[in-house]
Design a protein. Structure first.
Length: 264
């Protein structure tokens, strides 16, 4: 899957491997000032922001923490499985709002991002070198429908889609976020209750008016006919016989929804 190899004077090489064909190669005089490189966020390995700066940046985002970690303008180089691993080790649910992360959670998250990225680079792409208690080893069993993915201690691994990406997490360790409701003052409560009563009264009067109107409605069918002796049908679906003349030996019935048929 390699697309390009750069060979240097000392015979060292850099290969560009692009399995999913999502990558691009660009040649710039000053790449750090050119997008998309200039838009990249902090590198967790070499330029991780301080804890205070990290907390401040978290507080500005009202999205799921999993989605924020995958945002390359926030932290560069954090992929899907690394984000899951970081959140598992930080004991944070992937659906937690970034701006609602507590101080202790932010501290664990700040440390975990650096540790996971550093160790992943040290051990290379061979996953069997990663610590045995990492979520990494057990998150891939989702494809096997007959097997329930579990951690070594028996904790079940669950999956959820957040921002279009699959997130693996352990509910026993990563508790779901608590939904906070704003406390209303007694004055606001009274106003809200008054409004609800008024709406109920309006709704009741409207429903009565509607039922009365429905009773008074009559279904009418408009029928066009060239027959002078034809009497219009007042109710839809009803039948009305044509006036019989003495000369006519047979009488015909008329139905609005059918064409008149001549009897042989």
């Amino acid at each position: 899957y390699w697309k390009c190899i750069l060979v240097f004077e000392d015979r060292s090489e850099i290969a560009f491997i692009n399995v999913r064909r999502l990558g691009r190669i660009g040649l710039y005089k000053n790449p750090l000032k050119k997008g998309p490189i200039s838009k990249l966020g902090h590198d967790p390995l070499i330029s991780m922001p301080s804890l205070d700066t990290f907390k401040e940046r978290l507080s500005k985002h009202r999205i799921a923490i999993k989605s924020l970690l995958l945002d390359q303008t926030f932290l560069a180089g954090v992929g899907n499985w690394i984000a899951d691993e970081v959140l598992y080790q930080s004991r944070i649910h992937p659906n937690s709002q970034a701006n609602e992360i507590t101080s202790s959670q932010a501290k664990r998250l700040h440390l975990s991002v650096q540790n996971v990225v550093r160790l992943a680079i040290e051990k290379g792409e061979k996953g069997d070198r990663y610590p045995s208690d990492w979520l990494f080893h057990y998150r891939w069993s989702k494809a096997k429908k007959s097997v329930t993915p579990k951690m070594p201690d028996g904790s079940i691994i669950e999956f959820v889609t957040i921002g279009g990406r699959t997130a693996a997490f352990v509910p026993d360790v990563q508790k779901p976020p608590i939904l906070h409701r704003k406390k209303l003052s007694s004055e606001k409560k009274q106003k809200l209750q008054k409004k609800q009563k008024e709406n109920k009264k309006k709704g009741g009067s409207r429903s009565k008016a509607n039922t009365t109107a429905k009773k008074n409605v009559k279904k009418v069918a408009i029928v066009f006919s060239d027959d002078d002796d034809f009497e219009p049908v007042k109710k839809l679906g009803g039948r009305k016989r044509k006036k019989e003349s003495k000369s006519d030996s047979e009488s015909q019935s008329f139905e609005p929804h059918r064409k008149r048929r001549k009897k042989n």
